[in-house]
Ligand binder design. Structure first.
Ligand SMILES: Cc1cc2nc3c(=O)[nH]c(=O)nc-3n(C[C@H](O)[C@H](O)[C@H](O)COP(=O)(O)OP(=O)(O)OC[C@H]3O[C@@H](n4cnc5c(N)ncnc54)[C@H](O)[C@@H]3O)c2cc1C
Ligand code: FES
Length: 364
């Protein structure tokens, strides 16, 4: 274990830094009585920072009241598609009793400015040429709409979307999906299910809908019960099909819509003279040699040095900061975004990882 002392830093007040960029709202479109799409114009200086992959999300600071305690950080998937839309667009549906979503639905206006963290997230196809099987319920349509548009415009595979809504009034993007089917009749299939008519989705229905359809990757987004049902249905279908169907290795990605409780917009840099471990961090094709204090998370260390690291919630939930520990040891307060196999394979959440043994070697 090797420990060195970090260089002295500034006073307590100077150590608080605000993260994110103020983006002007360029358009607000009402999608349904309870959902709006909010578009942002990204200034030229931030275009690279705000580049994204289909299915990723941004985190918005929602000023839902007069006091500091009424500011909430909330993640929203991008419904726009990279390469197809100039603006960055999120689609927000009101959560009954929610603190921030209703404020956005009622108050977002063209000309206002909202503070936004750069896009992040792992809910994105490995290859746009893959055959994709997309499942969405309610506002879960947002990331899969972006994925479907990007794949149809830039990929070559078949895209099947099962879109579930409570009733026709709640249907988001219905017209735009119908237009996409008209433009790509051989590649795009949309199956719309209204639970007011068909009841809730069951594992048997999932199997009927998916049977015989080609897919290299599946994407599922909606309430927890819906995602469990789709996963169970696809698992049963695979078990019945056996190895012959060739789908046993195809990944099923899920995106869980939860609310952030902390404030990922604030970064407090560490006080002076803290003992630190030596670490080598490989990120975006560059290698950074950093001093990693024992009390600090790796995301905070990198942000403090102005290094563009993938992150969003900074509370172990979203998985954006997942990286591989190749040498050294860390401890993590929360590992919610990791599967047990990920931990066995040496993956860590850089927003949770604090070093316990060095030197360390981490690869994003
Ligand atoms: C990666 C990601 C992408 C997302 N994408 C989208 C998207 O595209 N569109 C979208 O609409 N949403 C999306 N979300 C969800 C979004 O971030 C918010 O969680 C959602 O808008 C609800 O926020 P809220 O502040 O309105 O609700 P919250 O105030 O967080 O409340 C959520 C629920 O908890 C209940 N609740 C609130 N306070 C309490 C309390 N003190 N005790 C008990 N219960 C309470 C509320 O009644 C409500 O049912 C996404 C989330 C993630 C993580
Ligand atoms: S930033 Fe969300 S899990 Fe680390």
């Amino acid at each position: 274990m090797s420990l060195t002392d970090t260089a002295p830093t500034a006073s307590a007040a100077d150590r608080i830094r605000e993260l994110g960029v103020d983006l002007p709202v360029s358009r607000v479109v009402r999608e349904t009585a309870d959902a709006v799409s909010i578009s942002f114009a990204v200034p030229d200086a931030h275009v690279e920072e705000f580049s994204y992959r289909p299915g990723q999300f941004v985190t918005v600071r929602v000023p839902a009241g007069p006091g500091d305690g009424d500011r909430y950080a909330r993640s929203y998937s991008l419904s726009s598609a990279p390469g197809l839309d100039r603006e960055l667009t999120i689609t927000v549906k009101r959560t009954p009793g929610g603190r921030a979503s209703g404020w956005l639905v009622d108050n977002a206006r063209e000309g206002m400015t909202l503070r936004v963290l750069a896009p992040a997230g792992l809910f994105t196809p490995a290859d746009l040429d893959h055959d994709l099987l997309l499942w969405a319920a309610g506002s879960g349509i947002t990331p899969v709409f972006s994925i479907a548009r990007a794949a149809l415009a830039r990929g070559a595979g078949a895209v099947t979307l099962v879109a579930c809504h409570r009733d026709a009034e709640q249907e988001i993007f219905g017209d735009r999906l119908a237009e996409l089917v008209r433009r790509h009749p051989d590649r795009f299939t949309v199956i719309t299910r209204l639970s007011s008519e068909t009841g809730r989705l069951t594992s048997d229905a999932v199997q009927d809908l998916a049977a015989g359809r080609p897919w290299d990757e599946a994407f599922v987004c909606g309430p927890a019960g819906f995602m469990d049902t789709v996963r169970a249905g696809l698992r049963e279908l695979r078990e019945k099909a056996g190895a012959a169907a060739g789908t046993d290795a195809a990944p099923v990605h899920v995106e869980e819509f939860t609310s952030i409780e902390g404030d990922p917009f604030v970064l407090e840099e560490l006080a002076t003279g803290t003992a630190a471990f030596e670490a080598t961090v490989a990120l975006d094709g560059a290698t950074h040699e950093v001093e990693w204090p024992a009390q600090a998370t790796l995301v905070d260390v990198l942000l403090g040095r102005g290094i563009r690291v993938p992150y969003s919630c900074r509370e172990g939930d979203c998985g954006s900061c997942m990286s591989k520990l190749r040498r050294g040891r860390v401890e993590m307060a929360c590992t919610d975004a990791l599967e047990p196999e990920d931990i066995e394979d040496g993956y860590i959440l850089a927003c949770q990882a604090r070093p316990t043994e060095g030197p360390l070697d981490v690869e994003f």
